[in-house]
Design a binder for this molecule. Structure first.
Ligand SMILES: NC(=O)c1ccc[n+]([C@@H]2O[C@H](COP(=O)([O-])OP(=O)(O)OC[C@H]3O[C@@H](n4cnc5c(N)ncnc54)[C@H](OP(=O)(O)O)[C@@H]3O)[C@@H](O)[C@H]2O)c1
Length: 246
């Protein structure tokens, strides 16, 4: 069977190929939509039981079913990709997050742009300043989730440690609290949580996905761990106003 996109490729030259690892979740599906809008040929990886969640894209993307921490699955999916976007989630107690990160780091083609998602609680250099509320949430959720054996936040930390130590072209996008709703445009970012720019702590999920896709095209974000916030939030607007009057 002729690969998806090959007819168009003959007309306009080869299209860039983007893999979305964890494509069936809410963030993943938004990323698939943005990638298609930007003209990418898209390959999505998701668990077998979730393939149906990608039905809206039938005929427009290639789906590779399987666990995202399965190296063989990931290797097949990332073949020929210039960019790989990965949703890192802490669910389960089987080191799914760090296994997924490892599989992507090991299998992605040399020079590919690798973009990973996580939350503000991940710190790259220890210089983030967290509110008491966020520290309490991470401590309580982390403990309860471990006790209930539903999630392991430490494994997401380990996944990011591996990424930060890698010499690949990575970006780790750290999401604030999320909400649904229409796009407000590309979120703004800072290197450190605690920057007043980020104080509103809210981003539309659709725009988190937009940032992930845009990051794959932005060399300034290579080996950065941007903490993002919605560009129309009060703290982002106040920051923009202060910059304009300076
Ligand atoms: N939710 C928030 O408020 C928030 C805040 C900041 C940052 N983030 C970050 O945003 C990203 C997306 O998070 P989200 O909350 O919006 O979730 P999401 O996009 O709905 O994605 C959840 C992902 O987890 C997978 N998943 C669910 N249960 C699983 C299990 N037991 N084992 C393995 N995989 C499982 C889902 O796969 P299936 O489709 O196969 O179920 C899906 O790919 C994550 O990197 C997260 O750290 C989230």
């Amino acid at each position: 069977m002729e690969p998806i996109g090959s007819q168009e490729a003959r007309r306009t030259g080869p299209r860039k190929r983007m893999c979305v690892v964890g494509a069936s979740g809410k963030l993943g599906r938004y990323m698939v939509r943005h990638a298609l809008d930007r003209g990418y040929e898209v390959v999505g990886v998701c668990r077998e039981q979730s393939v149906g969640k990608l039905a809206e894209f039938e005929g427009r993307i290639t789906v590779v079913p399987g666990a995202t921490d399965d190296r063989a699955v990931v290797a097949r999916a990332v073949e020929g990709c210039q960019a790989v976007l990965t949703v890192l989630v802490p669910w389960g107690m089987k080191r799914y997050s760090s296994g997924t990160a490892r599989a992507v780091l090991d299998a992605a083609p040399a020079g590919a742009r690798l973009v990973f998602s996580c939350g503000w609680h991940i710190t790259r250099d220890g210089k983030d300043v967290y509110t008491r509320r966020l520290r309490a949430f991470v401590a309580v959720f982390g403990r309860l989730a471990r006790l209930a054996r539903v999630a392991d936040l430490d494994d997401q930390v380990e996944a990011c440690r591996q990424i930060f130590a890698s010499d690949t072209e990575w970006t780790v996008v750290r999401g604030s609290d999320l909400e649904e709703g229409g796009s407000q445009g590309l979120p703004v970012w800072s290197r450190h949580v605690g920057d007043p720019l980020l104080a509103s702590n809210l981003t539309r999920r659709v725009d988190f996905a937009l940032f992930m896709v845009a990051a794959a095209e932005d060399d300034a974000l290579v080996r950065e761990a941007p903490a993002i916030v919605g560009r129309l939030t009060p703290s982002a607007l106040a920051h923009a106003r202060a910059k304009n009057t300076a």
